[in-house]
Design a protein around this ligand. Structure first.
Ligand SMILES: NC(=O)c1ccc[n+]([C@@H]2O[C@H](COP(=O)([O-])OP(=O)(O)OC[C@H]3O[C@@H](n4cnc5c(N)ncnc54)[C@H](OP(=O)(O)O)[C@@H]3O)[C@@H](O)[C@H]2O)c1
Length: 320
């Protein structure tokens, strides 16, 4: 099939292109930068340069590719996040831009897909921590969400729900939204690379366990996330799918293991009030109250199995 990949140069996009090519697909990858075209060619995709927030440019890029499937992996979350950003996530420029990519960017890609007669649309959503503070520790796609949850901040939740609703309700094709667990592995913020953004504060012991560290998170190795996405390009009914590993775990359990895998000293512990003062309400709720996601639906309906079923093996063997 012909596939148009928006966000082709990102962590997920780079892992996805070779998998699609190996499955016999033709990939057109979008980037804003002419200088990244060679990277896309080296991965096996045909590059096209366009800004996702420019409706005409997106329409033209999609029309020139004539895709059967569009994949939306646009975010602006790869930069470092300071404590100040964490305290005021609603002012963090990467989050503000990501919210635009998940609303306006989605609209432009959907309009372009409809215009060229695409028949399938697969988009990135978020499943590392569920926007809910009630119910069990591990939630399915059918469990109710809390649009007022501070983790992630309300504007991010609104943008994610906008994307999920817009994508899964298209009437001209099949739309799937994949709620990925926290990415780790090469090219992500959690890797052995010196510039890995989340690894840096853990190494500096500036990523403490807050309160009882009882917030439960879901992780996914970037290669496993890409493998599930390659399957979702080909099959699966419209809807939302959690693409996470088999092992949701509280912060107090995974953070020391991750610190050790990064060859850092064990994380410090700070009481909840201090966590709130240092890192703000969103981070504190993530650390103490977050709910994780069940991958049963993705396994059952997509026939996908993660190569790293647990972050325990993944952190030990999958960060390089
Ligand atoms: N995804 C999440 O929910 C999330 C959450 C927290 C942390 N992280 C961390 O963030 C890192 C990267 O994740 P990622 O792959 O989602 O992001 P990424 O590596 O920053 O990739 C973003 C992609 O979106 C494209 N893009 C952004 N703005 C665009 C625009 N206006 N027009 C066209 N393309 C645009 C970029 O293309 P060009 O730059 O080539 O134009 C790039 O291909 C990982 O380390 C992950 O651990 C991700």
């Amino acid at each position: 099939m012909k596939i148009f990949l928006a966000g082709a140069t990102g962590a997920l996009g780079r892992a996805l292109i070779p998998k699609l090519v190996a499955r016999g697909h033709e990939v057109v990858g979008m980037t804003r930068s002419a200088s990244k075209q060679d990277l896309l060619r080296s991965l096996g995709a045909r590059p096209v340069v366009a800004d996702a927030l420019d409706a005409d440019a997106v329409a033209q890029a999609v029309a020139s590719a004539e895709p059967e499937v569009i994949v939306h992996q646009l975010t602006a979350l790869s930069g470092p996040m300071s404590m100040r950003d964490a305290r005021h996530p609603e002012r963090f420029s990467g989050a503000i831009m990501t919210n635009r990519l998940r609303t306006e960017g989605t609209d432009h890609l959907l309009a372009a897909g409809r215009a060229v007669g695409a028949r399938r649309f697969v988009a990135q959503s978020f499943g590392a921590a569920q926007f809910a503070r009630s119910g069990g520790a591990v939630l399915t796609e059918a469990d109710p969400l809390d649009p007022d949850s501070p983790a992630p901040p309300p504007a991010a939740v609104a943008a994610l729900l906008y994307l999920e609703n817009a994508v899964t309700s298209i009437d001209w094709g099949e739309g799937l939204a994949l709620r990925y667990g926290g990415f780790y592995g090469p090219g992500t913020g959690i890797s052995l690379a010196p510039d890995a953004t989340m690894a840096a504060p853990i190494r500096k012991r500036r990523f403490p366990i807050v309160g009882d560290g009882g917030g439960v998170w879901s992780y996914i190795h970037i290669e496993d996330a890409a493998a599930a996405t390659a399957i979702a390009v080909e099959r699966g009914r419209p809807g939302v799918y959690n693409v996470v590993d088999d092992d949701p775990a509280p912060v107090r359990e995974w953070l020391p293991v991750l610190a050790s895998a990064l060859r850092a000293k064990p994380p410090r512990r700070v009481p909840r009030w201090l966590g709130r003062l240092l890192a703000g309400e969103t981070a504190t709720v993530m650390m103490t109250e977050a709910r994780a996601a069940s991958n049963e639906k993705a396994k059952r309906e997509l026939g996908w199995t993660p190569r790293y079923p647990s972050w325990r093996q993944g952190f030990a063997h999958g960060l390089a």
